[in-house]
Design a protein around this ligand. Structure first.
Ligand code: GLY
Length: 405
């Protein structure tokens, strides 16, 4: 089954169960300044879980489903193995006081085992921790559906989810494992976690589920990594076409980072030295370094961007709409980086400070660190951040004095 059908089958299933299908929100969250990017399907619905908005009025239902564009870059160094990605689509069904554990678990079981025909390895439930009780109810529901199912109990680290950002809804989870990996996380939002990490019960109980389309596709297609699914097939093929060297890890990194960059630029992110722009810059610059390993000629990475746009433009029309801008931005950032890379590397060899490499040559600290690691050295990160803070304070002060000159 192709990824397109998998995505559709998920949404059709929930449509049949009287869910309203909601389009993906932007990767740049509108109402949540505490996070740089949308990292989960529930993020656009946060206000419904905490009764700040009325889903029945706004969305015409208490139960909705979506396929949400998400970016998570905390594991960027792991990209290249079989499952880590910086961009993914999260399939999710959500309820804001509509249904609860029984329906959520029954839906998940039916969809996974019947519609997708997959065999569940085991499921996990919250075993209780920090005065939050064990989730016996979910375990009982699973047993009533399938008495032979294997149930594992995990603690707060594994089976308690949220909040996204510094505060928000959260709760115990039950998770489904297939093909040796966790594929579906079903969250029962019962609490609100404040900035000082205190939990208070929510007025309404909500369901928030998240299943990565890439992982689901990977187990459904019976391949051995997300990069072998049809989601990446044409992108990896394009990379191979323009490479002179074959190196699996580098191909995976280039495909992942350019895919993420394309979606970020389409949602309005521009490469820069701060915030979201810095993440985009880091992704493109990392892609350039791995493109070099593959022997891809300078200025050719936009071809990879084009293959991403071609793959996704029917599902996410914003890519087709901004295709020219996306390719230009990637090419411009690549060129800018190449100009400084050669000079920066020379300075690096001379032992120039990582802060100077950042301010003068545009080397992200992580890149300096990676190059240092390759060469068997280390970088003093604490010193870098101290210098950065001083620099920021100084420029704040001087910009305040601008008019007094
Ligand atoms: N919101 C559930 C998840 O991200 O897994």
């Amino acid at each position: 089954m192709q990824s397109r059908e998998i995505r559709k089958q998920f949404l059709d299933f929930f449509k049949k169960q009287a869910h309203v299908i909601i389009p993906s929100a932007s990767l740049v969250p509108k109402n949540d300044p505490s996070v740089l990017f949308t990292t989960a399907g529930m993020q656009q619905f946060k206000s419904y879980y905490i009764s700040k908005a009325d889903a029945q009025k706004d969305l015409n239902s208490l139960n909705v489903a979506s396929s949400q564009k998400c970016v998570r870059t905390s594991d960027i160094e792991e990209v290249g193995d079989k499952s880590h990605l910086t961009f993914f689509e999260m399939l999710g069904n959500f309820s804001f006081g509509g249904y609860w554990k029984k329906e959520a678990i029954e839906y998940a079981h039916e969809l996974i085992t019947k519609d997708f025909g997959l065999k569940i390895d085991f499921i996990s439930v919250f075993g209780g921790a920090d005065n939050i009780p064990e989730d016996k109810e979910s375990a009982d529901i699973w047993k009533s559906i399938d008495s032979s199912i294997i149930i594992k109990k995990f603690g707060r680290e594994d089976n308690f989810w949220g909040p996204t950002g510094e505060e928000g809804p959260c709760g115990p989870t039950t998770e489904i494992y297939v093909g040796g990996i966790e594929i579906w996380n079903i969250v029962f939002n019962e609490y609100y976690q404040s900035r000082d990490k205190e939990l208070t019960p929510l007025k309404i109980r909500g369901v928030d589920t998240g299943m990565g389309l890439e992982r689901l596709t990977f187990v459904t297609q019976g391949v051995s990594s997300a990069f072998e699914t049809d989601l990446f097939e044409s992108i990896i093929k394009r990379i191979k076409d323009i490479s002179s060297v074959s190196e699996e890890k580098a191909e995976r990194i280039v495909s992942d980072h350019i895919r993420t960059s394309v979606f970020m630029i389409a949602d309005g992110v521009i490469a820069s030295n701060t915030g979201r722009g810095y993440i985009l810059r880091r992704l493109i610059r990392r892609a350039v370094r791995y493109a070099d390993i593959l022997g891809i000629a300078p200025g050719e990475l936009f071809h990879v961007a084009r293959s991403v746009i071609l793959k996704y433009r029917d599902i996410y029309p914003e890519l087709a709409k901004s295709s020219e801008r996306i390719e230009k931005e990637i090419l411009a950032e690549e060129n800018k980086f190449r100009k400084t890379l050669r000079e920066g590397l020379k300075q690096f060899e001379k032992g120039v400070d990582s802060f100077i490499l950042f301010t003068t040559y545009g080397f992200p600290i992580e890149l300096t660190e990676e190059i240092a690691r390759e060469k068997g050295g280390i970088v003093d990160k604490d010193k870098f951040y101290k210098q950065l803070k001083e620099h920021q304070e100084l420029s704040r002060k001087s910009s305040g004095q601008k008019f007094k000159k």
